[in-house]
Design a protein around this ligand. Structure first.
Ligand code: GYE
Length: 345
């Protein structure tokens, strides 16, 4: 039974999907075939184990250190648990994610689909298709604006809370500054991480009278964020702080500030997000003042949740927020170097 697939779903030709763990390596998408097996609770009496789990994993792309750590956690945990992982890198294109999702829906071997959503919308059709094909869907990293009945659970950070923490940290950094003009280098437009961090920061910035005087996306990357900060500095040097939505964006801003003859972390306070190794190095150098952690190591929680779902567990909450901390240059070089030694990303 071949379904008529919407035009935009046929746009992208065969997708490159990397298969790993206990099945032999292959690199091309499985062809769409007849109606898939019925994995979840429908398979009465069957108790699933990790070796029965075939996961179609739809990653955003490879845009940052955080993303690399997130991808590595899924590949490593799949090998450790014996999960068959079909990994797809969407190169940060929504249409690629939707096409891969459709292909996994049509793949009879896949019983779990994990999505790290590039955007908050655009997945309803393939989510409904997954439900019709008895695929268990787990969201990781980023939330989406879809009916919760269309996915099993979401495991990811409270990005609004990260925005709150960022504003509180900036308020503290600017407590002795008469002026509190802050520029924002935001994440990719449409990403829940960017939308919610921006919202959280704005909810708390009024506590100390911070004003966001300029905002623009740096698309999670160093070079683009450097160019954004150069443009901000061309406009004015009356900037007391930078709120960057991830470490790469903060590092781009730091480079531009230095090239403008100013001292990052001193003349202009810098806050980053993720707390990756590169973020720590900027903290240790005193060029970044605060780094709000966002945990990329989500694979174990996601696979555990998926196994519960395959075995019919209906007690799983719809959102499992990650546990996260924050780090400050003020903690001192030695202390931060000790912490850095203990971190996996
Ligand atoms: O902050 C950024 C990555 O979704 C939390 O995406 C993630 C964000 C992270 O590109 O570095």
């Amino acid at each position: 039974m071949t379904k008529s697939i919407p035009r935009y779903l046929t746009g992208v030709a065969t997708l490159a999907i990397i298969v790993s763990a206990c099945s032999s390596a292959a690199t091309t998408a499985p062809a769409a075939t007849t109606a898939p097996a019925q994995p979840t609770q429908a398979a009465a009496g069957k108790t699933y184990d990790y070796k029965d789990m075939v996961v179609g994993f739809i990653q955003t792309g490879s845009e940052s250190g955080w993303r690399a750590a997130n991808t590595a956690s899924f590949k490593e945990a799949a090998t450790t648990k014996g999960v068959t992982l079909k990994f797809y890198d969407a190169q940060n294109k929504l249409e690629n994610q939707v096409s891969a999702f459709h292909q996994f829906n049509q793949d009879p071997s896949v019983n779990v689909i994990v999505l790290a959503a590039i955007d908050v919308t655009g997945y309803d059709e393939v989510l409904k298709e997954a439900q019709a094909n008895h695929k268990l869907v787990v969201l990781e990293d980023r939330r989406i604006d879809a009916d919760q009945s269309l996915y099993y659970t979401y495991i990811g950070s409270d990005f609004i809370e990260e925005g709150h923490k960022s504003a509180a940290a900036m308020c503290d950094l600017l407590k002795d500054s008469a002026k509190k003009n802050v520029v924002e280098i935001s994440g990719a437009v449409g990403a829940s991480a960017a939308i919610d961090r921006a919202k959280g920061f704005r909810e708390k910035m009024g506590d100390c009278g911070i004003t966001i005087t300029a905002t623009q996306t740096g698309n999670w990357g160093v070079p683009e964020s450097k160019a954004v900060m150069e443009a901000f500095l061309k406009q004015t040097h009356d900037i007391q702080g930078v709120f960057a939505h991830n470490d790469e964006e903060a590092i781009g801003a730091i480079q531009a500030i230095k090239e403008a003859g100013l001292k990052p972390g001193v003349d202009i306070k810098i806050i980053g997000l993720d707390a990756t190794a590169n973020g720590f190095k900027a903290l240790i150098a005193g060029e970044m003042n605060a780094d709000i952690e966002c945990n990329p190591l989500l694979a174990d929680q996601v696979y555990e949740a998926a196994l519960k779902g395959l075995n019919g567990d209906t007690s799983m909450p719809k959102w499992v927020p990650s546990n996260e901390g924050q780090f400050f240059a003020a903690q001192g070089k030695d202390a931060l170097e000790e912490i850095l030694k203990t971190r996996k990303y």
